[in-house]
Ligand binder design. Structure first.
Ligand code: HEC
Ligand code: HEC
Length: 291
């Protein structure tokens, strides 16, 4: 009898300790699962800013590639895992979504960035909940930079190497052709850039010139970024080459613009002379008919 009475109080006395131990166990289990998750989303954010942001925004519109807002609801997780990790292999295997995406993006492929499986997982954790990562309350936006006014002739000279790049990078012409430039054309290691302005779009090309987010170019231009003036000059150069379909030497380009500038003004003037009185005539004619 006595011993039984003693046992009950002991379990009562132990109960709080047991509860506490249980709570601690649960809490540590919770922390063990929640901790790394939050951490991978943070990690994903860091990788995104370093490797993706030059081509993608999250809710800021398209750059070189599509806006990635809610991409994790648009696509299956398994597809995203393989595509972000090895987009080139997906394309080579004829994956229908990858093929369609390429067509929708003017045949600009997403490069294989050599990410590890765990980096891709972190990126997905971040893309699933961009606002939740770190203390960041704002989502990353397109890296906007206001460029100074650009100049065609300077862009041409930077492209050909007639003027050296400030950062010490090699001239574009060593690896790229553009609009049949020069007597022998440019190099062929990189793609032909005649239509690059419309292929990447102005926001995409602007970002590309500021960051060179393409694997080969990134390696060549590490620590040798273009300065804002060079970016602006090349942007104007590419826009004009795209519009004309050819890269005119600066002197020809200037003459061409004088010619079309003057011709355009003459045409405008002629149009005014020809059409203005006629329209007035036809109005008075219409009034006369009404009466
Ligand atoms: C050089 C530019 C570039 C870089 C850098 C880049 N992407 Fe892309 N990305 C693209 C393009 C272009 C597409 C469109 C697909 C295509 O044309 O093959 C795309 C498509 C995607 C898609 C599919 C979008 C959809 O609507 O289904 C995802 C997801 C994606 N990229 C994630 C990333 C992530 C994550 C990174 C960074 C690790 C990254 N991209 C880096 C250019 C880029
Ligand atoms: C050492 C060779 C090399 C030099 C020099 C070089 N590029 Fe490139 N560029 C490439 C390669 C290769 C690619 C294809 C993507 C990749 O693998 O990097 C490329 C891709 C590009 C693209 C993307 C084209 C597209 O349609 O997807 C642009 C834009 C570009 N280069 C601009 C330039 C400019 C501007 C310069 C000069 C300031 C330059 N490149 C100098 C090798 C070079």
């Amino acid at each position: 009898m006595n011993s039984r009475r003693e046992i009950i109080p002991i379990t009562y006395r132990l109960a709080p300790a047991l509860l506490l131990a249980g709570a601690l166990l649960l809490a540590s289990a919770y922390l063990a699962s929640a901790g790394p998750l939050a951490q991978t989303a943070d990690e994903g954010r860091a990788i995104f800013e370093q490797k993706c942001q030059a081509c993608h925004t999250i809710g800021g519109g398209r750059l070189v590639g599509p806006d990635l807002q809610s991409v994790t609801t648009r696509r299956e997780r398994a597809w995203l895992l393989s595509f972000i990790g090895t987009p080139d292999r997906m394309l080579a295997q004829g994956d229908p979504i990858a093929t369609q995406l390429l067509a929708e993006n003017n045949n600009v492929p997403m490069p294989n960035l050599g990410l590890t499986q765990s980096e891709v997982e972190s990126l997905l954790a971040y893309l699933e909940n961009p606002a939740g990562a770190g203390q960041a309350t704002t989502q990353p936006q397109a890296p906007t930079q206001v460029l100074p006014p650009g100049n065609y002739a300077r862009g041409w000279k930077l492209f050909t190497g007639e003027v050296a790049l400030v950062g010490g990078g090699p001239p574009c012409m060593g690896c790229h052709n553009v609009g049949g430039i020069g007597r022998y054309g440019g190099g062929s290691l990189g793609p032909d850039l005649t239509q690059v302005y419309s292929r990447l779009g102005e926001p995409g090309l602007t970002s590309a010139l500021a960051n060179f987010p393409f694997p080969t170019m990134a390696a060549v231009f590490t620590g040798k970024a273009l300065d804002p003036q060079e970016q602006a000059d090349l942007l104007v150069f590419f826009a004009q080459v795209d519009a004309q379909g050819q890269a005119m030497p600066p002197a020809v380009f200037d003459r061409y613009f004088w010619f079309w500038g003057l011709t355009g003004m003459a045409l405008l003037f002629a149009g005014m002379v020809i059409f203005w009185p006629r329209q007035r005539l036809s109005i008075s004619e219409a009034l006369r008919r009404k009466r």
